[in-house]
Design a protein around this ligand. Structure first.
Ligand code: FES
Ligand SMILES: [Fe+2]
Length: 370
């Protein structure tokens, strides 16, 4: 006897989900984010072995978990039978049990048992599958891939030269805006003196000319390595340092400061929760063990810094309407924002046309005053 699948009023009998959606169809809504890329989900410590965690992401309700062997996984938090959230059911480290009628799923979202079916009425349940999302632990964080599970997905982004064991400060904030606006905040060289008022603002008289060389890099661009004085304002930072800053789609920003044989690296990521809410995570690692006492101070500074960005976005959401005029991006201070939109456009076009991505960023020197 065959299985009949329904989706709302529409009967989708005997067709696997792959055929219903089409191989090229975006895995998540294009209004929310780009498909087939890695997004930061959460610090690894938040996902305990054998436990489930419900979380809104990509405008979907997801359930995250970690199996009995320590592998993270995620799938839609909705039983294929009658949509009961699986996060409310039991999990034995291998299988998730729906709390409503006990359908069992493995951690790939495949239905493996419908206990109430009579043995005299066998059903083919191999087609019953929940939309799942590959997950990986990298450097102490869980990343989620917004694409179909397969054997040849790329590795998640990875900060150079640090590991989970290194000293670290991390935090998470929710910004009241969509993915684009949150991401623009990560690559905006000009908002510092206005948004980060308490410790970066200079008077117009103090404003300095900046000149930085940018080169194209993987799915984005990089501000080429140069010596920095900004970080030296912190008393515990060494006096001779070089910095390299990069950005890649969908919203991953790296800053790598090298001081002799040691590194301080920072990663800021944007992950869409809904069309109007974005999760921003920051992670700072460093390799100098004797700087451990600075950890609480750095945590406080980082929190205050990102709270200022969060506050700015809250202001934007309060006054944004559908009649808000389009953005006016002007000159070099806004060039990174222009690149971001061009990168997205090219990414979507390349996907649609089934061809390799061609980075639209050209090597150039950008100038601005802050
Ligand atoms: S709703 Fe999940 S088993 Fe019925
Ligand atoms: Fe900022």
């Amino acid at each position: 006897m065959s299985t009949v699948l329904y989706s709302g009023d529409e009967r989708l009998a005997n067709r696997p989900e792959k055929d219903q959606e089409g191989e090229r169809a975006p895995y998540i809504s294009p209004d929310i984010g780009l498909s087939d890329l890695w997004y930061f989900a959460m610090p690894s410590r938040k996902l305990k072995r054998g436990k489930l965690l419900a979380k809104r992401m990509f405008d979907l309700h997801l359930v995250f978990g970690r199996d009995s062997e320590g592998r993270p996984f995620a799938m839609q938090n909705s039983c294929r039978h009658q949509a009961m959230p699986l996060s409310l059911g039991r999990f034995d480290g291998k299988r998730l049990e729906c709390p409503n009628h006990g359908w069992l799923y493995d951690t790939d979202g495949q239905c493996v048992s419908i206990p109430c079916l009579s043995e005299k009425q066998p059903q083919d349940i191999s087609r019953i599958r929940i939309k799942s999302f590959p997950c990986r632990d990298v450097q102490g964080n869980v990343w989620i891939y917004a694409g179909r599970p397969s054997d040849d997905i790329p590795d998640p982004p990875r900060l150079p030269e640090v590991e989970a064991k290194h000293l670290r400060v991390d935090g998470m904030m929710r910004f009241a805006c969509g993915m684009d606006r949150a991401t623009l905040g990560l690559i905006d060289p000009a908002h510092g003196p206005y948004v980060h008022t308490s410790w970066l603002r200079r008077s117009d008289r103090d404003r300095r000319e900046k000149e930085k060389r940018f080169v194209p890099s993987h799915l984005g661009f990089t501000m080429a390595r140069h010596s920095t004085k900004t970080a030296q304002a912190l008393w515990f930072m060494p006096k001779s340092m070089e910095i390299e800053v990069s950005f890649q789609l969908p919203g991953v920003h790296f800053e790598c400061v090298r001081a002799g044989k040691h590194v301080f690296t920072g990663m800021i990521t944007a992950t869409p929760l809904t069309a109007n809410e974005t999760q921003v995570n920051y992670n700072l690692y460093w390799t100098i063990p004797w700087l451990a006492p600075a950890q609480p101070v750095v945590a406080l500074l980082m929190h205050n810094f990102f709270a200022q960005d969060q506050h700015a976005m809250a202001g934007l959401s309060t006054f944004a309407t559908e009649r808000t005029p389009p953005l006016t991006l002007v000159g070099d201070p806004d060039q990174q924002a222009v690149w971001y939109f061009k990168l997205k456009q090219e990414y979507l076009r390349a996907k649609k046309e089934g061809r390799p991505f061609e980075n639209p960023v050209q090597e150039t020197v950008l100038r601005w005053r802050t």
